[in-house]
Design a protein around this ligand. Sequence first.
Ligand code: CA
Ligand code: CA
Length: 232
Amino acid sequence: MIRRIISRRHVLVACLIIFLFDHAVAPVLAFSDPVGDLFDRNGNPISAESYLDIVTYDLSLSGGTYTGKITVNGPIPSSISSDTLVEWDFLIDADRNNATSPWRLAIITNTIGVDYLVRVTLLGGVHSGQVLGFVPRTTGNLTYKIDNQTVTIEFTSSDIGGSKDFDFVAVVRKYVPYDAPGTQFSAADKAPNLQYITVPEFSVGLLPVVLSTSLFISLCFARRRMTKNRAT
Ligand SMILES: [Ca+2]
Ligand SMILES: [Ca+2]
């Protein structure tokens, strides 16, 4: 009887560990970008504000929410000149097909087809967090935060057309003077500098689930064998 209780406890503890392990997993894709690699609208090297210069960027997934972070090389001001727009972007190719996007700005897209723009903007003294869709045209507000040198923004797959497998490029752009949509940027940084990041790497997050499920089944069979052995 005692052995039987211990066996049950072992299984319960194993299940609890598995549950905690599964729910603690938050896949993160994290990268760095060179300092001092800003460029102008023609792709020529340029010097500009340090808060335009990406040094690290990452995207994590937890509880169905993607959290994107861009850290730059200097403090982000709470306000800038009223004729200036700065935006910290995640350019997202939701269907991984550059033929379905109206964007033709390879200098910052690295040829991905941008379907959604997840961004934090600063226009004069006004911040905002948005997701813009391009086919069809959509706009939504997102939760965001600016903390010293880091911009953080959250979105879900439903914000980007239900996609869970997408490509992205992180970009920072400055427009001055900023007149209206269509104005060209005066300084920018992008990361990675070549190519793009592919998000299906998050599928490795399934590995603990597969392993824990296998372990759970093995424990159940082991317990059944122990019970059967005691009965015979
Ligand atoms: Ca950089
Ligand atoms: Ca860069």
